[in-house]
Design a protein around this ligand. Structure first.
Ligand SMILES: *[C@@H]1O[C@H](CO)[C@@H](O)[C@H](O)[C@H]1NC(C)=O
Ligand SMILES: *[C@@H]1O[C@H](CO)[C@@H](O)[C@H](O)[C@H]1NC(C)=O
Ligand SMILES: *[C@@H]1O[C@H](CO)[C@@H](O)[C@H](O)[C@H]1NC(C)=O
Ligand SMILES: *[C@@H]1O[C@H](CO)[C@@H](O)[C@H](O)[C@H]1NC(C)=O
Ligand SMILES: *[C@@H]1O[C@H](CO)[C@@H](O)[C@H](O)[C@H]1NC(C)=O
Ligand SMILES: *[C@@H]1O[C@H](CO)[C@@H](O)[C@H](O)[C@H]1NC(C)=O
Ligand SMILES: *[C@@H]1O[C@H](CO)[C@@H](O)[C@H](O)[C@H]1NC(C)=O
Length: 652
């Protein structure tokens, strides 16, 4: 009785599913770091402050003359050889803010064959094409541009949208001035694009009745069957923040009719086979009576855990033999450095260069450190964190495998090495700013962006690694701890963690790490990078000549803080930026933890969204327990948040 019924409904379901025009797509109501896995972010693009930053979001030299692209990771099918064509709808919210008196250059929604940014597509090219591809069929890119600068005579004005086909010279462009919409006014602008396979219609703003642009268009004439969708943007000497705050995209599925018949045949065939096997299965079941089902389930999933681990981005478990071979049996020639808990070697796994840390067998803390690293950063990924690729624990050996960063650690570039009497070429101010911003993003992510808050506890120049393009990556999580719910899981550890000179005054008293102690160490790092000098000893003990925080505070009191800037920069920096960064560093090093800004505020200051926090002219004395903040600029998220172990404490 049941069989024919089940069969009919199964066949019906399959046929219905195939007959329906299926649509696919995605929805990002906002952007968080975890969305990175679904996107292709080019070098100059990032996710920050809840949005896609198509071009860099940090003020200064690093913003100028950039091109970037952010695309959805999976390409979509636009058309088929049989003449079937997809239709799509997309809605996104842009927010563009000028960073120079006149903004530049613009951003665009693009459909493209190639996810890579064309070289030299900064400036007037909007990341769409470069001078070689412009006007050629090789470009294979169709764009809807939001142009904020009149960069060549044919360009309409400095506030228009345009339809660009394999070129930055628009096929049609429309000024937004008449509608009272100004692209670079730092306002959210909603854009709806509808393409029904014959016409392209674009709405900008809240008016969904009168499209700004409506053009007949057959994308299959210019684009390959499969394309990437997303955004491109650029800056020139005129800069702006090119943000996309939300984005949804739906596209109908293109299916060949021939293949659809084949699919229906295959589907009907499969249903028949399924029915027959069910019949056999039931007969078998009746025959064997019991035990069958349980075994089968277990056999098809021999090790669920293994399957999950193998599938996700979890660090890989390596064999000791593999790592020994990769490093030439831990050949001293391959030694990259020596840390507190072990030695780091360069190795080659497959074709990939890696850094392998062998935890010293003598160190009892080494084992703890090993566990801390695997559990805290093993599952966290961020472009400003050194990636842990794998680990190995065999007998008494504990090893960690990291991505290899050819440029080594930051300290080499900002300090004079007394031992060898040498220094790598010093970093320009633009690079230093982007290093500071990179570390700030990493730390904000650890404090506010992960499921559980992670404290790094050992932020310092030698723990910041530099990639080939000098992207800063925070490493060495040996002292890191995860905070779960309202408790610090390790807060009772008596060991004094950290490095002298980077430790907040209260941590010496309490021996405890908090988000505020991380912020303090970050402040010291900021000052080091700007001043090009080592932190010196403890702030409470040393006078201002020996200690960077005291020294700079003194300069600040005298109103000559710029004298603190690294002399090796030869004065090549923007004074306001230097001053802002130095004051931000001092604010982070406030002796009273409650007066330090949160990493969120730090990021806002670095992007120019917020002014630097107020800092008292005299360095306040360290008192314990901390006094409530004496000015209004502090961020109450730290005090109201889960990490405020101070409130219930009294001093000793
Ligand atoms: C971002 O969107 C997600 C839903 O995808 C939502 O749960 C979350 O609260 C949003 N975050 C913010 C900051 O709006
Ligand atoms: C980032 O921008 C710079 C300057 O325009 C450019 O040299 C570099 O190629 C860009 N990176 C990418 C991936 O486009
Ligand atoms: C896309 O589809 C989702 C449902 O899957 C719907 O909620 C949304 O409104 C659609 N978006 C557009 C732009 O059509
Ligand atoms: C942005 O443009 C406005 C109006 O043109 C101008 O007043 C403002 O100073 C500009 N912003 C910056 C950061 O230059
Ligand atoms: C770019 O291509 C267009 C054709 O689409 C052409 O008219 C224009 O001169 C080109 N511009 C440059 C700078 O090569
Ligand atoms: C951009 O600025 C640099 C240095 O200030 C200058 O040499 C160059 O001519 C400027 N480029 C344009 C297109 O204005
Ligand atoms: C796009 O929107 C149009 C009009 O609202 C609708 O008819 C069409 O089905 C939508 N397409 C997709 C793929 O959602």
């Amino acid at each position: 009785m049941r069989f024919p019924l089940a069969a009919t409904s199964a066949i019906l379901a399959v046929v219905l599913a195939l007959a329906q025009v299926q649509s696919r797509g995605f929805q990002f109501p906002n952007f968080t770091i975890s969305d990175q896995s679904e996107l292709i972010l080019s070098d100059n693009s990032s996710i920050a402050l809840g949005a896609i930053q198509v071009t860099p979001d940090v003020r200064g030299a690093s913003m100028e003359n950039r091109a970037g692209r952010t695309l959805y990771r999976r390409p979509f099918r636009l058309w088929s050889k049989e003449g079937k064509k997809a239709n799509f709808n997309t809605t996104f919210v842009l927010n563009v803010q000028n960073m120079t008196a006149s903004s530049g250059e613009g951003l665009a929604f693009i459909l493209t064959a190639d996810p890579h940014v064309p070289g030299g597509s900064d400036g007037q090219w909007l990341g769409i094409v470069n001078s070689r591809l412009n006007g050629t069929t090789d470009a294979k890119t169709v764009a809807i541009e939001f142009d904020t600068r009149k960069s060549f005579p044919e360009d309409l004005d400095d506030n228009h949208i345009g339809l660009d086909i394999n070129s930055v010279y628009s096929k049609r462009s429309v000024s937004l001035n008449d509608r009272g919409i100004y692209i670079s006014a730092a306002k959210d602008i909603k854009v709806v694009v509808q393409y029904d396979s014959k016409n392209l219609v674009v709405f900008v703003g809240d008016d969904m009745k009168n499209p700004v642009l409506s053009e007949p268009l057959d994308l299959s004439a210019y684009l390959p069957e499969k394309v990437y969708v997303g955004f491109s943007g650029s800056t020139s000497n005129n800069t702006q923040l090119n943000c996309v705050k939300s984005w949804q995209f739906n596209i109908s599925e293109v299916k060949d009719s021939k293949s659809r018949t084949v699919w229906i045949l295959v589907a009907v065939g499969s249903v028949l086979i399924l029915l027959i096997s069910i019949g056999i299965g039931i007969a078998f079941f009746l025959y064997r009576k019991r035990g069958y089902e349980g075994n089968r389930v277990e056999n098809t999933h021999p090790n669920i855990e293994e399957a999950i681990l193998g599938f996700s981005t979890a660090p890989k478990k390596f064999k000791f033999q593999e790592l020994s071979k990769a490093t030439g049996k831990f050949n001293p020639k391959n030694k990259l450095g020596k840390g507190g808990f072990g030695t780091v070697y360069k190795g080659i796994l497959g074709k990939k260069e890696v850094a392998v840390k062998r935890v010293s067998k003598k160190s009892t803390q080494g084992k703890q450190e090993f566990i801390a690293e695997v559990t805290t950063i093993g599952h966290i990924h961020h472009r400003n964190l050194v990636k842990l690729i794998g680990w190995c624990h065999e007998k008494r050996e504990y090893l960690l495998v990291y991505e290899y960063l050819p440029n080594g650690s930051l300290d080499k570039y900002i300090f004079w090495d007394e031992k060898s009497g040498t220094q790598e070429e010093t970093l320009s101010w633009g690079k230093r700013l982007s290093v500071i911003s990179g570390v700030a993003q990493a730390l904000d992510y650890l404090h506010n962006g992960c499921m559980n808050r992670v404290l790094h506890r050992d932020i310092k120049a030698s723990n910041v690694m530099l990639d080939l393009d000098f992207t800063a990556k925070l490493g060495d999580f040996g002292l890191a701890r995860t905070i779960i719910h309202n408790e610090q899981t390790h807060h009772s550890t008596k060991e004094l963690a950290g490095t002298p000179g980077y430790m907040a005054p209260e941590s010496i008293l309490t021996g405890r790490a908090t988000a505020e102690t991380d912020v303090y160490a970050f402040g010291v790092l900021v000052l080091e990078v700007a001043c090009g000098r080592k932190p010196g000893g403890q702030a409470e003990r040393d006078d201002y000549i020996c200690n960077i925080v005291n020294g700079l505070w003194e300069l600040y009191r005298r109103g000559t803080i710029l004298e603190g800037a690294d002399p090796r920069l030869n004065g090549i920096f923007i004074e306001e930026e230097m001053e802002c960064v130095l004051i931000l560093g001092l604010a982070c090093c406030h002796p009273n933890p409650k007066n330090r800004p949160s990493m969120k505020t730090v990021l806002q200051v670095l992007t120019g969204e917020a002014p630097p926090p107020e800092v008292p002219a005299e360095r306040p004395a360290f008192t314990w327990p901390p006094m409530p903040p004496s000015f209004n600029e502090w961020d109450n998220s730290l005090v109201g948040g889960q990490l405020s172990p101070f409130s219930g404490l009294s001093g000793r």
